[in-house]
Design a protein around this ligand. Structure first.
Ligand code: NAP
Length: 310
């Protein structure tokens, strides 16, 4: 089965919803392909205090749900599917959503970024059994337990602080002595008596797949070389994200880490294909900047379709 659209938006986080809202209000009847993580990273977070317009803050999932409803009110269509591959060599572009095919005159890539894993030998075996990248989703399961968080940025501080609601003790393990987290988030974690810091330390593996649960971590101090087992019930990762752009397989320019390269804010090197949000932004990575770039992408699509005929 095949269909042809004016504009397809890949991804349903802040950037995708905002692009959908603007494209819908331009009467382009956008189709949003929701992707593996509908709602994007905001759907995995708790209170968002830095999105303008909400003086008391707003819960992340509520914020993205509001954005979606707003886009739907103007005619945006959402589909639970994900892009498996695309042919951007000629227009209309061809998108494969599994066995389903869509031709589209223009494309907005708002596929975001996904949590990074450490690549430990037993890590994947214990995902869902104590290894997690989402404190909001899984923290509750470790009420009354001791937990480890890995990372030294804002995500790790946020996760560690959040997890103290459930855990008796949170140990934050970071590979260096210095933290890239913002001062306010770091101070909040440091002032929390349930959070303990273990620096210059890396996780080498996680035990114990045979018991189907996390029982301990194998740690190594990178300065002394000391290796030891550290008992814990859970390992939460807060080590950043990977851009979701592999499905374009070399048809678009990327940087060394796979982020899509854009010029003039949201233009890729293929005319009619635009990228916005975290898949092309490794610098700001905020909900508000993702929303802003989604708006830009939709306005560019509108101009492009006007110039090239719908
Ligand atoms: P990040 O700033 O890139 O930090 C990632 C952290 O993980 C770094 O400390 C890094 O260590 C560590 N790390 C990366 N790979 C590792 C590995 N293989 N082994 C061990 N450690 C590893 O990512 P982020 O914390 O997700 O933040 C991303 C952006 O979102 C930032 O702009 C941040 O401000 C923003 N953010 C804001 C909030 C908020 O304001 N509420 C919350 C979360 C995130 P090194 O430092 O040694 O590289």
């Amino acid at each position: 089965m095949s269909e042809t659209r004016n504009v397809v938006i890949i991804g349903s986080g802040c950037a995708g919803h905002t692009a959908a809202l603007y494209a819908a209000r331009a009467n382009l009847a956008p189709l949003v392909v929701e992707g593996h993580e509908p709602g994007g990273q905001l759907s995995l977070t708790t209170l968002v205090e830095n999105f303008p317009g909400f003086p008391e803050g707003i819960m992340g999932p509520q914020l993205v749900e509001n954005m979606r409803k707003q886009a739907e009110r103007f005619g945006a269509e959402y589909r639970m599917a994900h892009l498996t591959s695309a042919d951007l060599s000629k227009r209309p572009f061809l998108l494969h959503l599994g066995v389903h095919q869509i031709h589209t005159q223009s494309l907005i890539i708002a596929s975001g970024a996904s949590a990074r894993w450490l690549g430990l030998p037993n890590e994947q075996k214990l995902i869902g059994h104590g290894v997690s990248s989402c404190a909001t989703c899984d923290g509750f399961f470790f009420s009354g337990k001791e937990i480890v968080v890995v990372g030294g940025g804002d995500s790790a501080m946020e996760e560690a602080t959040f997890l103290t609601r459930f855990a008796t003790k949170v140990t934050l393990i970071h590979r260096r002595e210095n933290f890239r987290a913002s001062k306010i988030m770091l101070d909040r974690a440091k002032n929390n008596s349930k959070i303990h810091f273990l620096t210059d330390t890396v996780v080498e593996d996680v035990h114990d797949p045979a018991q189907h649960e996390v029982t301990a971590l194998k740690l190594r101090n990178i300065k002394t070389g000391k290796v030891w087992d550290f008992p814990t019930s859970a390992l939460f990762l807060g080590i950043g994200h990977e851009p979701n752009a592999k499905m374009f397989g070399g048809q678009l320019d990327t940087d060394a880490d796979g982020y899509l390269k854009t010029h003039n804010y949201v233009h890729t090197r293929v005319h009619g294909v635009y990228a916005c949000g975290d898949v092309q932004d490794r610098r700001y990575r905020q909900a508000i900047t993702a929303a802003g770039s989604g708006c830009m992408a939709a306005i560019e699509v509108e101009k492009f379709l006007e110039e090239h005929g719908k």
